[in-house]
Design a protein around this ligand. Structure first.
Ligand SMILES: Cc1cc2nc3c(=O)[nH]c(=O)nc-3n(C[C@H](O)[C@H](O)[C@H](O)COP(=O)(O)OP(=O)(O)OC[C@H]3O[C@@H](n4cnc5c(N)ncnc54)[C@H](O)[C@@H]3O)c2cc1C
Length: 461
């Protein structure tokens, strides 16, 4: 029975696969499964697809390509739908091709090679592209709908319950994919999950993202190059010394969007925010929006290139980097990531580096150091994601893809960016196609799954 207080539960019908969450991972999962003939329902609580990218404004798709210093060029590491989506946006002029960016000096698309391998895109065009991909593949879309509960019987999710303005609806399927970013389905199904830092439950800071237009990008980048300072730390230090910097973060991050002079400001770091708690999120939204305008006044007065800029968009939903992770059948460990371990059942990978700022010291990343003392010894590694990291314990017909994968916390920071999330989504969609006969993700032959993924250009690039 549903935990949602209801008078009547409508029957929403039966599907082959139900995907909860229409972000980077969920869309790729649903499209992949539907392209192979599965009758697939994609449920999304917001009014559009694209998740954190489109609703919180994160417009630079990282982790799909990386800059190889030995070959002095960008290399593709996540292919398949990630390429299809980003190449399509680049062709439409709605994204920047990293191959066209000079990575040998600081540039407005992410300063230095690791970041410049990201693909900045127009998030509204991304939304439309994701919707069209779903419709063309035959995915049934249901937005404005939140999964609120599940029914479980003998290690199987048998039904999910959703809430929308029309009330409560139940849907059935033999297979489910949890792409909520928060592991909502796994959590509701009673599967074990972890949340935050082991010692104190601390969660990585959240960010209210805003865009500014009218930036003199050339002046901004000229300063960065002249001072060899991508994050303007010396200006901030100076402001701090004068008592004019009221924040506990000490770095500035702004990336140019495909529209010249428009930058995404991904700077505000809000500590103590719990993305699974509506009260905490409400407070974070109120605080974040107030911080936007205060920060912008400082940017206008003190940061090179911003004197004539204006705030053009403040995103409604606070961007959350971390909530729950599943406890999987095969965890992706920090040790394996550091040694670059190869998995025979690798279904996705990331070459984005470690990136999970400290819950209480928002400018410090325990794995990477701080802006002045980066952990230069940490070699750039390719991190492989094994199939078992997508399988929650205690639910045979549930697979997870995206940010809430079963990785140790520090590694999650490298897997949570959008390239690997799309890769995991495509892997989960293929796994669903292989699991349909048996109704269990545990029965999927991983060599066959990998063959499919290689055939689709997702892995083994
Ligand atoms: C501030 C910030 C900056 C970042 N910067 C970058 C960057 O520069 N580059 C990069 O590649 N990545 C970046 N990331 C990380 C990246 O954006 C996310 O980790 C990634 O988008 C996660 O993808 P996902 O599909 O797992 O989850 P999401 O994109 O979060 O999608 C989950 C979807 O599930 C829906 N949902 C959740 N619960 C339910 C429910 N119960 N019922 C129905 N629907 C539900 C949500 O509405 C959402 O649409 C950043 C993240 C943040 C917060």
């Amino acid at each position: 029975m549903s935990g949602f207080d209801k008078k009547e539960i409508k029957d929403g019908g039966a599907y082959d696969l139900i995907v909860a969450g229409g972000g980077a991972a969920g869309v790729c999962c649903a499209v992949t499964a539907a392209r192979q003939g599965l009758n697939c329902l994609l449920i999304e609580r917001e009014g559009c697809l694209g998740g954190t990218a489109c609703v919180c404004g994160v417009m630079q798709l990282l982790g799909g390509r990386w800059y190889d210093p030995e070959r002095d060029r960008m290399v593709r590491v996540v292919g398949g739908l990630f390429d299809e989506i980003t190449d399509g946006l680049i062709a439409e002029g709605a994204a920047v091709d990293p191959d066209t960016v000079d990575v040998h000096s600081y540039n407005p698309y992410g300063w230095y090679p690791r970041m410049a391998a990201g693909i900045p895109c127009d998030v509204d065009r991304l939304k439309t592209r994701l919707e069209q991909l779903c419709l063309e593949a035959g995915v049934t879309l249901r937005c404005y709908t939140t999964v609120t509960d599940v029914e479980v019987s003998r290690n199987r999710v048998t039904k999910i319950f959703t809430h929308d303005k029309g009330g409560c609806t139940a849907f059935t399927a033999p297979l489910f994919a949890d792409c909520t970013g928060d592991a909502d389905l796994a959590f509701l199904a009673g599967c074990p999950t972890e949340k935050g830092r082991a010692e104190d439950g601390g969660l990585c800071p959240a960010t209210t993202i805003f865009y500014v237009d009218g930036v003199d990008t050339a002046a901004y980048v000229a300063y960065q190059n002249e001072h060899q300072s991508p994050k303007l730390v010396e200006i901030i230090e100076d402001l701090k010394a004068k008592g004019e910097w009221p924040y506990d973060f000490e770095i500035f991050i702004a990336i140019e969007t495909p529209r010249p002079g428009r930058m995404m400001v991904n700077t505000i770091r809000q500590t103590g925010v719990d993305g699974t708690d509506a009260v905490s999120m409400t407070q974070a939204g109120v605080e974040g929006r107030a911080m936007v305008y205060r920060l912008f006044d400082i940017m206008k007065s003190h940061f090179p290139g911003f004197a004539n800029a204006h705030v053009s968009r403040v995103f409604d939903r606070v961007g959350v980097r971390e909530t729950r992770r599943i406890v999987p059948r095969q965890p992706l460990t920090l040790e394996s990531a550091l040694e670059g371990r190869h998995y025979d059942d690798c279904v996705a990978s990331t070459t984005y580096n470690f990136d999970l700022p400290d819950p209480k010291r928002p400018s410090y990343d325990p794995m990477m150091g701080d802006a002045k003392r980066p952990n230069a010894k940490r070699k750039h590694v390719k991190i492989e994601i094994p199939y078992g990291a997508l399988l929650p314990k205690d639910a045979d017909n549930l697979i997870v893809a995206g940010r809430c994968l079963g990785a140790e916390r520090e590694v999650m920071g490298a897997c949570r960016v959008m390239g690997p999330c799309m890769g995991m989504g495509q892997a989960a969609g293929n796994a669903a196609a292989l699991a349909l006969k048996t109704g269990s993700f545990l029965s999927v032959p991983t060599d066959e799954l990998r063959e499919k993924l290689i055939g689709q250009g997702c892995i083994g690039l």
